[in-house]
Ligand binder design. Structure first.
Ligand SMILES: Cc1ncc(COP(=O)(O)O)c(C=O)c1O
Ligand SMILES: C[C@@H](O)[C@H](N)C(=O)O
Length: 358
């Protein structure tokens, strides 16, 4: 019988802490559509301060945060957005910018570090003289940290360069900052500085920060005013939303400091896995809380059989292909969980109990 659960599928799996639940239970609330829920206002004011933007808006998910942001910037039919071919907006958001917003995606290859070559971004920007046949480029999107690249951090220098490029061409810059706090902690650079070049950003409170629900969009007063209308259009206007925002406030207050521990646990786990025959992981490249590993052909396991073996021992991972697995650390994974996980991997791949005798 499984007596322990180590959920490494994502940092979206965290459960609200007791402090969050207490804050939710006693939250000061009001109708956030008819007026402004006081706790939502507190969260939005704090997030605007942290990010150095004029205003902020709570939204139910990161997907809606990105969708609303893109649609505000690309509010004219025939608009085009330049984004990474391996970006979350392009891969995992149901093509919402097109299916709902009528916005055309223009992808540029993501490098292994999550960036897109600046010259390739510029080459993807449409020449306005071709307006008879071309869509009109209005927006560039970055993602920091870059999830599909293994939680890689975009440097502030790179972000500023893309910002300069956007300005040069009269474009806006949106940053999918689902894990911007992870980037900030890993780089030792404040969130507001990482977002300085961006006209907008979408920041997940429900990932590494551990809130049960929600994201926040940040930007200018004018941008957020338009975003609020679009959020309502999409059904995201919420009533006594302070119940959710109260937990998010606790998350920001209590969990940013835990991200460094998540990054350390990711590094320890990656380095430990790297020592196990049959597994290949670039442990040196682990920067934050996400990494991928590959199962070698010589191994007796596939990703699916390994995940089943691990699941029988309470360990949950995300399959990314026949021999590829994603691991994501979060504040509810302890150092002991990491060691237990390594023991189970050791047993699965080599059949030899490790020093823990498992
Ligand atoms: C980089 C990135 N952006 C956006 C999202 C979307 O967030 P949500 O799941 O809250 O819609 C996710 C994952 O969930 C993500 O990993
Ligand atoms: C799968 C993806 O949509 C989600 N953002 C995650 O990282 O778990």
């Amino acid at each position: 019988m499984v007596t322990r659960t180590v959920d490494l599928r994502s940092d979206t799996v965290t459960k609200p802490t007791e402090t969050m639940r207490a804050a939710m239970a006693t939250a000061d609330v009001d109708d956030d559509v008819l007026c402004h829920d006081p706790t939502a206002l507190r969260l939005e004011t704090e997030m605007a301060r942290i990010t150095g933007k004029e205003a902020a808006l709570f939204v139910p998910s990161g997907t809606m945060g990105n969708l609303v942001s893109v649609l505000v910037h690309c509010d004219i039919r025939g608009s085009e957005v330049v984004l990474g071919n391996n970006s979350h907006i392009h891969i995992y958001e149901n093509g919402g910018i097109s299916t709902i917003g009528g916005v055309h995606p223009r992808t540029v290859k993501n490098n292994e570090d999550g960036t897109m070559d600046i010259d390739l971004i510029e080459a993807a920007i449409r020449d306005p003289r071709g307006a008879l046949v071309y869509p009109i480029t209005r927006l560039i999107c970055l993602e920091n940290t870059h999830a599909n690249s293994g939680g890689k951090c975009l440097s502030v220098e790179y972000t500023d360069q893309v910002g300069e490029l956007a300005k040069k061409h009269g474009l806006k810059l949106h940053i999918d900052g689902a894990r911007i706090f992870n980037a900030s902690v890993a780089l030792g650079i404040p969130v507001h500085r990482l977002l300085q070049a961006a006209d907008s950003a979408s920041i997940c409170l429900s990932k590494g920060l551990g809130a049960p629900v929600g994201s926040v969009i940040v930007g200018s007063n004018s941008f957020i005013a338009k975003a609020k209308i679009l959020r309502k259009t999409l059904g995201g206007g919420m009533r006594q939303v302070g119940i959710l925002c109260a937990a998010a406030i606790v998350a920001v207050q209590e969990n940013v400091g835990k991200l460094e521990g998540d990054h350390k646990n990711a590094k320890v786990l990656a380095e430990g896995l790297n020592k196990i025959k049959g597994i290949r992981v670039d442990a040196a490249s682990v920067e934050t809380n996400i990494f991928y590993f590959d199962i070698e052909e010589s191994s007796k396991h596939t990703a699916e059989s390994l995940s089943k073996y691990l699941q029988q021992r309470g360990i949950l991972v995300m399959l990314e292909g026949p021999s590829r697995v994603r691991i994501v650390l979060h504040h509810q994974i302890s150092e002991s969980d990491v060691q237990y996980t390594l023991s189970c991997f050791q047993q699965a791949l080599t059949g030899v109990p490790d020093q823990n005798g498992i």
